[in-house]
Write a protein of this length. Structure first.
Length: 573
């Protein structure tokens, strides 16, 4: 009686081949178990530089008895690609290579997936023979196919950390036909290099702007702009046109602002880029917003809430109805907090609908709708229509006008839980802002549950954090404010934090819960100072106090908290 041997595990195969050691395998397995998201072992090994993706695919190919192919453009027949739907190819990372005597050869990244092979055979009606290739190689070929909407930026760079930008620049001498030049490899490499490094460094925005003698590229990292590189001025039109081509924008229109979006693939994950161009006296300025879901935590516990504030906020996001507002300036993390709250309460039992402009992150079990101002689908109109979709929970990206505010309040008063944002400096100002929009105080008092004001402060770099002695004037100023700090911390600067002393950001919060006394004050249309006095007496933790709690814990610095939470004049005393 014969038995079929079970396939060896990937880690054992790599150890057997000598690509990793048993100790490295043990470290990778431990790392795989850490964190909330279960990652594949191969992903952990490649991310940790234990081995390459080619080595992993080689081992899998050997174990499953299929050929291992290093894909090149001349290795496949472009006429055969359309034998499978493009969406199927992109979603499953497969690539039809050639068809010989009714036998279709297909490159796959997972040779163990027999169900995928059967599905390909069913879709094409051919016998299927598979070869194993890296997902990186397959994505690179897919991105080069006609009408591809996904751009693979890391594969074209080839070890971009060591890429010589000077060589890329010098490869472009004569700028003739801008559209033709924008499609040439050197320009593509330069644009990919800019995007790749921005994502790698954790930038939220890329600024590409014309200076007097060069084209300057800056990254916004942890809320601050940093110079990334400068390239010759004569490349401006080609670089801008390449970005416009990627974002499906009109490269011939240089007098009017334009907006677009791009999907790029980097290290196996899809990243959204929002592109905006604006004409200036020196040519078009381009700003690219980077939406990298891997760098954004949608877990409330990781956003920096004080224990008491988080418990109170969680109680309110599970209320049956009412309005929950998150306030703060642009870039203060309001959307992230709302997404985290929505993600926590989403379930099969709830119909959660959102109206956003734009949709930044896609959430499971949530129906997300995009505002279309150009065709008249405004926040208020979309919200009114949404109420006929039988929602339990509604998220409105922003309350911008009286009509949207009134519709949101009516939704809350008719049994819906409504989340939204406002641009105000603190929690109590949100109430006066709604009054100033024209909403009656009695409606606000009846509908409002809680207001969360927040800011983002930079975290001290954990690798170069040290204690230090502050100036005497600063210590005395803090004592006058009522703050006694046992120790002062700062980052001295290292390679990990680009010598800034900071790495990453964390939120500081002020939670205003509407109780009976405060509700009466709102209905009586009391001013913001009286509302704040009542809230503080009821135990509201102000933004600055929450910031100083994080200073005591060595998470951030005095300078960061005072900069975003007031009393900035103390810094110069």
């Amino acid at each position: 009686m014969s038995t079929t041997a079970s396939p060896q595990r990937l880690g054992d195969l790599l150890v057997e081949k000598g690509y990793i050691s048993a100790e490295q395998l043990h470290e990778a397995l431990e790392e795989q178990c850490q964190g909330g998201r279960q990652r594949l072992l191969g992903e952990v090994l490649v991310d940790g530089n234990y081995c390459t993706e080619d080595q992993i695919v080689e081992c899998l190919a050997s174990e499953y008895g299929v050929p291992h192919a290093k894909l090149e453009a001349r290795l496949y027949d472009p006429a055969i690609v359309d034998v499978l739907p493009r969406q199927f190819i992109e979603e499953n990372l497969v690539l039809p290579l050639f068809l010989v005597r009714d036998k279709l050869t297909v490159a796959v990244s997972e040779p163990s997936n027999l169900f995928l092979v059967d599905e390909i055979a069913s879709l094409t009606g051919h016998q299927v023979q598979i070869v194993a290739a890296t997902s990186r190689d397959i994505r690179r070929i897919i991105s080069s196919l006609p009408n591809s909407k996904v751009f693979v930026i890391d594969d074209i760079i080839d070890d971009s950390q060591n890429a010589d930008v000077t060589l890329i620049e010098e490869a472009i001498e004569d700028i003739g036909d801008v559209e033709e030049i924008a499609g040439r490899s050197p320009v593509i490499r330069l644009v990919n290099y800019i995007i790749y490094n921005a994502v790698r460094d954790g930038a939220s925005d890329i600024h590409i702007e014309a200076a007097e003698r060069c084209l300057r590229v800056r990254y916004r990292i942890d809320g601050k702009l940093h110079k990334a590189l400068e390239v010759p001025k004569h490349l401006q039109a080609a670089v801008t046109s390449r970005i416009k081509i990627m974002a499906s924008m009109d490269i011939a229109e240089r007098r009017l602002p334009q907006d677009g979006r791009v999907h790029v693939m980097l290290e196996g994950r899809k990243i959204d880029l929002r592109v905006s161009t604006f004409p200036t006296a020196r040519g078009e300025k381009t700003v690219i917003r980077v939406l990298d879901t891997r760098r954004v935590s949608l877990n409330l516990e990781e956003l920096g809430f004080a224990e008491q504030t988080l418990a109170q906020f969680r109680r309110n996001i599970r209320a049956p109805n009412g309005i929950i507002l998150v306030t703060g300036p642009t870039g203060s993390g309001k959307s992230t907090t709302l997404y985290a709250a929505i993600a926590e309460i989403s379930s099969m039992e709830n119909n959660i609908c959102t109206v956003e402009d734009p949709i930044e992150y896609h959430l499971p079990l949530v129906n997300q709708f995009q505002v279309q101002e150009k065709i008249g689908l405004t926040f208020s109109k979309a919200l009114r229509t949404l109420l006929r979709q039988d929602p339990d929970v509604i998220m409105v990206g922003e309350i911008r006008d009286e009509e949207t505010a009134r519709t949101a309040i009516q939704a809350a008063l008719t049994g819906h839980l409504v989340f939204s944002t406002l641009h105000t400096n603190d929690a109590c100002s949100a109430i006066t802002r709604l009054v100033n929009m024209g909403v009656e105080p009695y409606l606000i008092g009846a509908a409002l549950n809680v207001v969360l004001a927040q800011r983002l402060v930079r975290r001290i770099c954990s690798k170069c954090r040290q204690t230090y002695q502050p100036p005497r004037t600063l210590r005395k100023a803090l004592q006058r404010m009522g703050y006694e700090l046992p120790a002062f911390y700062k980052g001295v600067g290292c390679r990990s934090c680009r010598n800034t002393g900071y790495r990453g950001r964390i939120g500081i919060h002020e939670l205003l819960a509407v109780h009976d006394e405060l509700r009466d004050a709102i209905v009586a249309n009391r001013d913001v100072w009286e509302l704040r006095r009542i809230a503080l007496a009821a135990g509201m933790l102000p933004l600055r106090d929450d910031g100083f709690r994080k200073i005591k814990e060595g998470i951030t610095t005095v300078e960061e908290v005072l900069h975003i939470a007031g009393d900035l004049h103390l810094m110069s005393q």
